[in-house]
Design a protein around this ligand. Structure first.
Ligand SMILES: *Cc1c(COP(=O)(O)O)cnc(C)c1O
Length: 374
């Protein structure tokens, strides 16, 4: 059994994917060109925003936005404590200070009451200037963007929606990656929409920001890449990845998003009452980057994981360590009581195999194994 079955997906779309890659090989247009332009146009249309700017990966996507906004030393950026390292890393990479905020125990996304408290605390202390909030759509479930946008407006902060795991989700029909001032996603192979290497994209309705990003991602180009008007980076999505994504985006829209939600419902029917199952608030759709259950305590979680392993069923702990406990952030000051929920989640969560091609039979085996372990 695969944790995320990319082989079945490839075999289903082998003809189309091979053809798309072969076309790039025949044209020898390896950077930019038709594949990338088509993908950006289709992605912007699917998400419902004016601009999609592809780039090298989901981490650089966030860095590029912060370059365009000149986020730097002395600035405070609010980030959930329960996320992949990248969300905090990009802040420190700019020399700014990540302020970690605890998450909600049901949605695993940034706790908006604690977020507002954290903003007020930074303002009172006066050491850093609050600039940006980076809500994460963890495991595919959009964060509470409506409340976050209200808070951002109140304190005059900007928002980057980290939609690396959120692509495909929505709130009342409004798609993930369309919230905030700008949003990012990742095309790392295991993400909801993955390519065959690294890749990422930025989404925004802001024309100015879009123009800046197009410059920053190609050596700070002006009229062309040999006219350089600012210091930028080299951060592009290559044509082969775009060709793969054009095929996979069609599959994602046609049935994959629907199928992961079918898998979610089947899992939930099997597991309800035995473990804590994912909670999807009214009006929300998750793209289920992960299907993550919660056990009573660390001991039970570890027993369940060991039992699954015995049956050759892969499972993962996302995440073992809160952001504030990562050595790389050891110089930051924080109050240990601020992270109760994240600390508990790190001890009790377990992510099960999840992908659009997971069979009912496999789900039943997984559920039975969990029940047996308990
Ligand atoms: C994967 C991920 C990223 C980084 O994306 P890359 O393409 O691997 O750089 C950022 N944030 C979150 C929440 C992620 O899961």
């Amino acid at each position: 059994m695969e944790f995320r079955d990319l082989k079945t997906q490839y075999n289903k779309y082998k003809t189309e994917i091979d053809l798309a890659i072969q076309k790039v090989l025949d044209n020898t247009n390896f950077i930019g060109g038709e594949e990338v332009n088509t993908l950006e146009r289709r992605l912007a249309e699917y998400i419902g925003v004016k601009h999609c700017i592809t780039c090298a990966n989901g981490t650089e996507a966030m860095t590029l936005i912060m370059m365009a906004w000149d986020i730097k030393e002395g600035d405070a950026v609010f980030v959930p404590d329960f996320t992949f390292f990248s969300t905090g890393e990009v802040v420190s990479f700019r020399g700014a200070t990540p302020i970690f905020v605890d998450v909600d125990k049901d949605t695993f996304n940034i706790d908006t009451v604690k977020l507002e408290n954290a903003i007020n605390k930074v303002l009172e202390e006066g050491k850093f200037t609050p600039r940006v909030i980076i809500p994460v759509d963890l495991f595919g479930l959009p964060a509470d963007h409506i409340e976050i946008e209200r808070i951002a407006k109140k304190y005059n902060l900007r928002i980057i929606e980290d939609g690396a795991q959120g692509f495909g989700g929505s709130i009342n029909g409004k798609k993930a990656c369309s919230f905030g001032d700008a949003a990012t996603t990742s095309f790392f192979p295991a993400k909801p929409l993955g390519c065959y290497g690294d890749g990422g994209a930025i989404f925004t309705n802001n024309d100015n920001l879009a123009n800046l990003l197009k410059s920053y991602k190609v050596h700070g180009k002006g009229d062309n890449k040999y006219d350089n008007i600012r210091i930028g980076v080299n951060s592009r999505l290559d044509s082969i990845q775009a060709a793969v994504l054009n095929v996979k985006l069609t599959a994602f829209m046609d049935h994959e998003l629907e199928d992961v939600n079918r898998v979610y419902r089947f899992y939930t029917n099997q597991l309800r009452g035995f473990v804590e199952i994912p909670i999807i608030p009214e009006g929300y759709v998750s793209s289920f980057a992960q299907y993550t259950i919660k056990l009573k305590n660390k001991e039970k979680r570890d027993i369940v994981q060991a039992k699954l392993k015995e049956k050759h069923i892969p499972s993962m702990i996302y995440y073992v360590k809160p952001m504030h406990k990562q050595d790389a952030f050891s110089e930051l000051e924080y109050d240990n009581h601020d992270f109760e929920v994240t600390d508990e989640l790190c001890d009790t969560v377990l992510s099960l195999p999840m992908h659009p091609y997971l069979s009912d039979k496999d789900i039943m085996l997984i559920a039975d194994t969990i029940k047996l372990a308990l």
